[in-house]
Write a protein that binds this ligand. Structure first.
Ligand code: XMP
Length: 507
């Protein structure tokens, strides 16, 4: 029988590393992520990709690779950005360290349009994000492509060893997928990726990890925790699903969550602790501190209230892991602490008590998994909602009054999107608060009230996002209703910021 091999992606800490994994999966092959120091445990990969990373190879403790072991696999190897610089050094060349970052589009000009550049355009836009560059090339190196200034941006050191300075995995590299596909075509017998296989593997993994232990699983009604709860039920483990109402939910959300789980036949227990959360958050304005308070309280509630729990299951997705950069082996920079990556959870994780079966997946893959678990489409298509809830849509300190205002604005905006057929066309939408009071006139009177920001974005994976060109007529109606119906708001703004440099939530 033919033996299949997976694609091993070695993570040097780029914000985009998991996107490589994901693009490989989109191309139909099974890929797994490893820390470079775990190279000895990757089995027999069919192809190996070294990711980019934020460090410089010139730093004394820069991430390294066991080069002899890497060569011993006999699999094709692709070094991306930092990965390419590291390989250039390993083959005997040098890297020029620089503090100046080249960030953005560049034009790729392949020397010959064959091999990994087969079928590419003569000039192709690629995305750069790096400071260092390769300097001296080892003897025998072939330059496969240059940028618009004639600088080499892609190398081949010997048969099967390739390097590219740009990021093929991001959508701004227009033909990046084609380059990855060409590279993977050099490998033999790659293992196909199918969500059904993945589901079976996950269920098997969950059964093995959990055994007979009592698991507690937090549900919020969001896609991730819903898929997780159903997955745990399918795995037949001993689980209690807890819905913590932290007082930071949207209008009537608690009731909707209870109804949805009832429809799916999953029993949930509600813990009402709005007072506890809002009490601890009173007067706290710093975004990171707010996130940490909420994340730690969540755990206090699960772990301490549900006394007999032996494991905590979380619907953590890959973007939560990468933006929190909290994985002990992660080399990425921290953007914000996601609620499921706070200290108490990291402590439990160190004790092997945290179960995160979805941590390798992106949102749309979780939806696909949910679909294969039979979860109704309207539940799967709910927009993402952050664990810390309205707290991250209320910059600065949180009060009941501010939460009321956000809830009312948000309900109107979402209702308008649904009525006009836009809800399912955008990836995520909400109304938040801009806690700045400005002067206006309401009726014949002076008003001095806050503003609300409406946000609607499209995204593939939450790592990047673009604002949506909503019809002016829709924005006009939403604004008119909010200004007339919501006490406390006299200005409505539409957020036209992309991610990066902004993020989807305001905190
Ligand atoms: P940002 O604001 O980082 O958000 O661009 C990316 C996506 O993640 C959601 N988000 C969170 N989800 N816990 C979550 O489960 C969190 O702490 C958290 N913070 C942001 C956000 O709504 C968006 O979909």
């Amino acid at each position: 029988m033919k033996e299949f091999h997976h694609v091993a992606v070695l993570d040097f800490g780029s914000q985009y590393t998991q996107l490589i994994v994901r693009k490989v999966r989109e191309l139909g092959f099974y890929a797994k992520l490893y820390a470079p120091e775990d190279l000895a445990h990757v089995g027999q990969p069919g192809a190996i990709i070294l990711s980019g990373g934020p460090r410089s190879t010139s730093e004394p403790d820069a991430p390294d690779i066991d080069f002899a072991l890497l060569k011993s696999f006999g699999a094709p190897v692709l070094g991306v950005c930092y990965g390419m610089q590291l390989l250039n050094i390993k083959f005997g060349g040098t890297v020029h360290a620089s503090n100046r970052r080249e960030y953005g589009p560049a034009t790729l000009q392949p020397t010959e349009r064959k091999g990994i550049y087969a079928g590419l355009s003569e000039f192709s836009q690629v995305w750069m994000s790096h400071s260092d560059t390769v300097d001296v090339l080892p003897a025998g190196t072939t330059v496969l492509a240059a940028n618009q200034h004639g600088t080499p941006v892609s190398l081949q050191w010997c048969e099967g060893f390739y390097g590219i300075q740009f990021h093929p995995e991001v959508t701004h590299s227009h033909e990046g997928i084609r380059i990855l596909k060409n590279f993977l075509s050099l490998a033999d017998n790659l293992q196909p990726f199918q969500i059904e296989d993945f589901k079976r593997e996950m269920i098997e993994g969950i059964r093995q990890t959990v055994g007979t232990k009592q698991v507690v699983c937090g549900v919020s009604g969001g896609v991730d925790s819903t898929v997780l709860a159903v997955l745990l039920k399918e795995a037949g483990v001993n689980v209690r699903a807890i819905f913590v109402d932290h007082g930071l939910m949207r209008l009537d959300e608690g009731e909707e969550v209870r109804k949805n789980f009832h429809r799916m036949g999953v029993e949930i227990e509600t813990v009402d602790c709005a007072g506890l959360f809002l009490g601890k958050l009173a007067g706290v304005a710093d975004p990171e501190e707010k996130r940490k308070i909420i994340g730690n309280l969540f755990i206090d509630v699960f772990w301490d209230t549900v006394g007999d729990a032996e494991m905590l299951a979380q619907g953590t997705l890959y973007p939560d892991v990468i933006e929190s950069a909290s994985n002990a082996k992660s080399k990425a920079s921290k953007i914000k602490t996601h609620h499921n990556r706070v200290d108490r959870i990291l402590e439990l994780q160190a004790q092997g008590k945290v179960l995160e079966p979805l941590a390798e997946l992106f949102k749309d893959e979780v939806r696909e998994l949910g679909h294969s678990l039979g979860i109704p489409a309207d539940i799967l298509n709910r927009h993402p909602f952050p664990g810390p809830g309205l707290a991250v849509r209320c910059p600065g300190d949180i009060t009941e009054e501010k939460l009321r205002v956000i809830r009312e604005c948000d309900a109107i905006f979402i209702q308008q999107l649904k009525e006009e057929g836009w809800y399912d066309r955008v990836w995520q939408a909400y109304a938040g608060l801009i806690p700045v009071k400005t002067v206006g006139v309401k009726g014949d009177e002076r008003s001095y009230e806050w503003a609300t920001n409406l946000r609607a974005v499209i995204s593939e994976d939450a790592m990047t996002a673009d604002w949506v060109d909503l019809p002016y007529s829709l924005l006009r109606k939403a604004s008119h209703r909010i200004l007339n119906e919501v006490k406390g708001i006299n200005r409505v703004l539409y957020d036209i910021s992309t991610k990066p440099p902004a993020s989807i939530e305001w905190e």
